[in-house]
Ligand binder design. Structure first.
Ligand SMILES: Cc1cc2nc3c(=O)[nH]c(=O)nc-3n(C[C@H](O)[C@H](O)[C@H](O)COP(=O)(O)OP(=O)(O)OC[C@H]3O[C@@H](n4cnc5c(N)ncnc54)[C@H](O)[C@@H]3O)c2cc1C
Length: 441
């Protein structure tokens, strides 16, 4: 902001709204409160919004990182009553109505928590140290670098067993992220590894998908789960259902039936827990790590604090007595409802309760195959894949992102190549990472 503009923002006589987190939920609030009688400060530890449903495509070299990310300053630039600070929020001091960030304290009149989730390792320390995660752009780039580095390493190895160790990719968690990653890696085996790493026998590459349930895509209709399993098997993915990972030791992932999988790459997509911030413990559901909210998304015991999106646990919606699923659509709809309610409150009107309208679920499994649940219908195959592409492109934040994604996909699907395969920032090898963690402890 130029100085005059900054002063104008500072002097706005409106209630101060702090929004923590610019994901799907927080961004809706920020956009909706532009040019309203609220003075809004968006805080996020990243400087960009990330379209998480397409992260796996960055991780598997189909999309470039900047095609699914959007800088916050570009969004808030034209909004005179909205400012952005890149900051990590460390604590909430509810009595003082302040948030503590790594850059100091900030006052609020209204606090909106939209911090989403982080990966849940269910207390498996060895897996946390070894496994890769997929929640942010930089983690997606790590996975991309990692699988390319494994290929480059495998070329030098003469011992087949050793080579297999580097070409074994294990994904833990058979939800949409795990299934989509497994499908995309299987495609890479068929195209990139076979065509361009000719020194390696591509049949040595093995992709295992582990899930504790007896089906993949547990939240989908049974028909879609069955279709997804069928597509994964057609792609050669080794799907192990009813199995849980119990730890990682000596280069092997351990399973609850005693099986051990020798691998250099475990990707953990088995669960999430709320990214809560210390300070509102009495308003938390400790097991889920989510803030307990009423039908208006107010955190229990704190009428001036709202929680929306993945971090919110609302049991007041009669259709979802155990809370809403942690999905982008819920986050978007809660953000929009909250904006409407804040506008109503500003006019002296009463707020209206939130009700979620589920529009459907979809997941893609490799090229030309997807599964879609809409209403009471479910279908799979090529048409589902086309619909998946259309819906995801339309949901991206701006026109530039959409064009970039369409160009990348167009090239990929016509050329049968994942072209975005630069190891720009090599992934830090595990022993180094382990040592760094030990040092930090
Ligand atoms: C790989 C992957 C694939 C997915 N696929 C789908 C899908 O296909 N369909 C679907 O509906 N959903 C999908 N989801 C889930 C969906 O992305 C989430 O439900 C959605 O992002 C939740 O939005 P949110 O705004 O609550 O949180 P998020 O989008 O996670 O945003 C949280 C923001 O808060 C910031 N933040 C967190 N803590 C702090 C802090 N202390 N200080 C400052 N900033 C902080 C983060 O940097 C982030 O920007 C997927 C998720 C992942 C990870």
């Amino acid at each position: 902001m130029p100085t005059a503009d900054k002063l104008a923002y500072d002097r706005l006589p409106y209630p101060k709204v702090i929004v923590v987190g610019g994901g799907f939920a927080g961004l809706q609030v920020v956009k909706g409160l532009a040019n309203t009688p609220y003075k809004v400060m968006l805080l996020d530890r990243q400087n960009h919004h990330c379209f998480q449903p397409l992260l796996y495509q960055v991780a598997t070299a189909s999309l470039s990182a900047d095609s699914i990310a959007h800088p916050f300053r570009r969004t808030v630039g034209p909004m005179r009553n909205v400012a952005f600070r890149m900051a990590n929020v460390l604590a909430i001091h509810a009595k003082e109505k302040q948030v503590e960030t790594d850059h100091g304290l900030l006052d609020y009149d209204i606090l909106i928590l939209a911090t989403g989730t982080h990966t849940n390792f269910f207390g498996l320390r060895s897996c946390e140290e070894e496994a890769m995660q997929l929640k942010t752009i930089s983690q997606a780039l790590d996975i991309r670098s990692d699988f390319l580095q494994e290929f480059e390493t495998a070329i030098y190895l003469l011992d087949e067993k050793e080579q297999r160790h580097f070409l074994n990719f294990v994904i833990v968690g058979g939800g949409p992220t795990g299934v989509e990653l497994a499908g995309a890696l299987a495609e890479i085996k068929k195209s990139v590894l076979r065509q361009e790493y000719r020194e390696v026998d591509s049949s040595q590459m093995h992709i295992a998908l582990i899930d504790g349930n007896d089906h993949v895509l547990g939240a989908f209709f049974p028909k879609s789960s069955a279709n997804a399993l069928k597509y994964l098997k057609q792609l050669g993915v080794d799907v192990r259902l009813g199995r849980r990972a119990t730890g990682f030791a000596d280069g092997e992932l351990l399973l609850d039936n005693g099986d051990r999988i020798s691998t250099n790459t475990v990707i953990w997509a088995a669960g999430v827990t709320g990214a809560s911030i210390p300070g509102l413990e009495e308003g938390m559901d400790a097991r889920a790590g989510r803030y307990k909210v009423d039908a208006f998304n107010r955190v229990e015991g704190h009428p001036e604090v709202y929680a929306i999106g993945d971090i919110a646990l609302m049991t007041a919606d009669p259709a979802y007595p155990h809370g809403h699923p942690q999905l982008a659509q819920v986050a978007v709809q809660q953000g929009r409802r909250l904006v409407k309610n804040l506008k109503r409150l500003a006019k002296g009107e009463e707020a209206e309760p939130f009700a979620y309208h589920h529009k459907g679920s979809m997941a893609v499994i490799g090229r030309y195959r997807a599964v879609v649940d809409i209403g009471t219908y479910s279908f799979g195959g090529f048409f589902a894949w086309l619909l998946w592409m259309f819906v995801h492109v339309m949901q991206l934040v701006d026109f530039r992102n959409r064009i970039m994604v369409l160009l990348n996909w167009g090239w990929k699907y016509l050329s049968w190549r994942n072209t975005i395969r630069l190891i720009i920032r090599p992934y830090m090898r595990k022993p180094t990472m382990k040592a760094a963690m030990e040092e930090a402890r």
